[in-house]
Write a protein that binds this ligand. Structure first.
Ligand SMILES: Nc1ncnc2c1ncn2[C@@H]1O[C@H](COP(=O)(O)OP(=O)(O)O)[C@@H](O)[C@H]1O
Ligand SMILES: O=C(O)C1=C[C@@H](OP(=O)(O)O)[C@@H](O)[C@H](O)C1
Ligand SMILES: [Mg+2]
Length: 174
């Protein structure tokens, strides 16, 4: 039985790599954000707005425990998932954890074009965005580094790079 959790900051490529890995190997893919949106029939940004971050984190923990019971699955978490409650310990006990490591400059480049759907980043100027990324990474690194594996995910920009990353991930967790 295989159960893998991808963790890392927003824009580190959890969804992108998780989807590609699943397509290449047949391992079932669950994106935790999508799972929550489907179960609640609402976008993450609405759930954040209605419940506040605290309410969202409670919901996220509940959904993590639900999806965490699935067998033969790769779960792409949200960027904050490992950093609340005992979520990181829970994941380490129930499966293999992989931290997608990406430097702030690359995260900035990716998130600059993809921040609108992320409630913690929407409406930030470039300067604020870089500031949010660096300070959040500093706070979150102690959680992320509890993962069993650390995986460099800085090159996910083309299909070729994604294929290579999938191969590297296969070698790491098989
Ligand atoms: N070729 C690309 N060029 C620029 N940005 C990209 C490219 N591919 C992906 N991204 C962006 O980088 C981010 C990383 O992907 P994603 O898998 O959504 O990360 P995560 O799930 O870890 O937040 C996404 O927001 C995506 O829009
Ligand atoms: O880092 C975070 O706190 C969050 C990351 C998002 O997921 P991605 O990392 O997939 O963008 C999503 O769960 C929510 O917007 C909060
Ligand atoms: Mg994602």
């Amino acid at each position: 039985m295989k159960r893998v959790f991808l963790i890392g900051y927003m824009g580190s490529g959890k969804t992108t790599l998780g989807k590609a890995y699943s397509a290449a190997t047949g391992l079932q893919f669950v994106d935790l954000d999508w799972y929550i949106e489907e179960r609640m029939r609402k976008p993450i940004s609405d759930l954040f707005a209605e419940r506040g971050e605290e309410g969202f984190r409670l919901l996220e923990q509940r959904m993590l425990h639900e999806a965490g019971e699935f067998e033969n699955v790769l779960i792409a978490c949200g960027g904050g998932t490992p950093c609340f409650f005992d979520n990181m310990d829970y994941m380490n006990h129930t499966g293999e954890t992989v931290f997608l490591d990406v430097c702030p400059e690359v995260l900035f480049r990716r998130l600059k074009i993809a921040k609108a759907k992320r409630p913690l980043l929407a409406n930030k100027t470039d300067e604020e965005l870089m500031q949010v990324i660096t300070s959040a990474l500093e706070k979150r690194l102690p959680y992320y580094t509890k993962a069993k594996w650390r995986f460099n995910a800085e090159e996910l920009e083309s299909y070729e790079q994604i294929d290579k990353a999938v191969d590297r991930l296969k070698k790491l967790i098989n």
